[in-house]
Ligand binder design. Structure first.
Ligand SMILES: Cc1ncc(COP(=O)(O)O)c(C=O)c1O
Length: 390
């Protein structure tokens, strides 16, 4: 048969799938997978049932039901003081992933350049390349992940169409600060480009750090797409309800891609998410408080075992350098090793770079129940105690 599209078929099986399979085979405690093991608020589950019973269960409006679009606009206003017209500036999508895909498809012409920070979330590059973009990577270096100004400036050229910014950032746990956002918005304006902002972790922030949406920076309103996810905000990752906010012209372009991708998103879930955004603010702001305690617990536990832990200010991911434990091998070897021998699965951070040369870090996911985290510590503590020479 004729070969399929070479860009997507070239990606092969991801290390995430490999590790997940290994975790299942070895019945491990899986701290690799990036999703919570407890569901979000009961009231929104009840609303799904109510909305399904009440109906109609037919195609809802293409841009999303008014109730949810109004709730997203009001949420933008409450948290970031943004003045958003729900009719022309808000669109509901099937997860943040679809908002990202629709934004990329709406903006990229073959040959355009797109600037990305790495390490990065894995859906960006396949989608950008499939749309025909040349991707320029700007690397944030561990342990502090500061933004390299010169490299970022060099990455922008007259061919740059967009920058894709993920803040708060998976996997680094970095929240881009005002100075960094000023630098980015200055370049976006200077080179007349767009910014797609993946802000799915906007509410999972610790230590009173403030998230500033790039869209709220001077000159950015017309050029920026701000993307959120009910999956992350309400710990309901299977629901795949996302929402984006953009200027009317930009939003109507993205809506064209959305129209032909999925057209719409289940109406019962939309009603439930609207209810959540309007009524469950305490729930999702307290989630960050609980996650901060888990973050502290993980940091303490891993440090005690002998990892060199990198600070994380947001998300539910923590990175740790395993070299102080005396392990010889790269991060993929380490992940296989602790999965098979210690019964705990984590993820190799090299998989989140374009080239796997940063290979001494592993990513722990800490949105798990306290006793699961304790269990993982016990296993790792015992395992590394046994490995240590007497
Ligand atoms: C940075 C980032 N963006 C987007 C997503 C996907 O969001 P959704 O499930 O709403 O499509 C994830 C999920 O892990 C993520 O980490």
């Amino acid at each position: 048969m004729k070969p399929a599209n070479s860009i997507l078929s070239g990606f092969g099986t991801t290390v995430f799938e490999v590790m997940t399979r290994l975790a299942v085979d070895h019945k491990t405690i899986n701290l690799g997978q990036g999703f919570p093991d407890e569901d979000g608020p009961d009231s929104i589950k009840a609303m799904v049932t109510q909305a399904t019973k009440e109906g109609p269960n037919q195609y809802p409006p293409m841009l999303g039901i008014p109730e949810l679009r109004q709730a997203v606009a009001a949420h933008n206003n409450r948290f970031y003081n943004m003045d958003v017209d729900w009719k022309s500036q808000v669109m509901v999508s099937s997860g943040a992933t679809e908002s990202l895909a629709a934004s990329i498809l709406a903006l990229i012409e073959p040959g355009d350049e797109a600037v990305l920070f790495e390490p990065l979330y894995d859906s960006y590059v396949p989608m950008l390349r499939r749309a025909g973009a040349n991707v320029k990577f700007v690397r944030l270096h561990p342990p502090d992940w500061t933004l390299p100004q010169k490299e970022l400036e060099t990455a922008f050229t007259k061919n740059t169409k967009l920058i894709l910014l993920n803040s708060p950032m998976n996997p680094t746990g970095k929240v881009f600060n005002k100075n960094e956002l000023e630098l980015i918005s200055d370049l976006v304006n200077r080179y007349d480009t767009y910014a797609i902002c993946d802000e799915v972790y906007e509410h999972l922030i610790f230590d009173d750090v403030k998230h500033i949406p790039l869209i709220s920076m001077p000159g950015m309103t017309d050029r920026t797409v701000r993307i959120g996810s009910a999956g992350k905000t309400f710990s309901m990752t299977s629901w795949k309800v996302g929402y984006l906010t953009a200027a009317p012209k930009l939003m109507s372009l993205i809506a064209k891609a959305h129209q032909f991708l999925v057209f719409t998103t289940p109406s019962n879930l939309q009603r439930a998410v609207a209810h959540g955004l309007n009524n469950e603010e305490d729930w999702y702001t307290n989630l960050a408080v609980e996650l901060q305690t888990k973050r502290n617990m993980l940091e303490g536990g891993l440090t005690e075992i002998g990892f060199d832990v990198l600070p994380t200010a947001a998300t539910y991911f923590m990175n740790a350098d395993f070299r102080p434990l005396g392990f010889e091998g790269n991060d993929v070897d380490f992940c296989r090793h602790v999965t098979v021998e210690a019964g705990v699965t984590v993820l190799p951070v090299s998989a989140l770079y374009s080239t796997p040369d940063v290979d001494h870090l592993v990513r722990f996911c800490f949105c798990k129940k306290f006793d699961i985290l304790e269990g993982a510590f016990d296993r790792l503590r015992n395992f590394f105690a046994r490995r240590r020479p007497a």
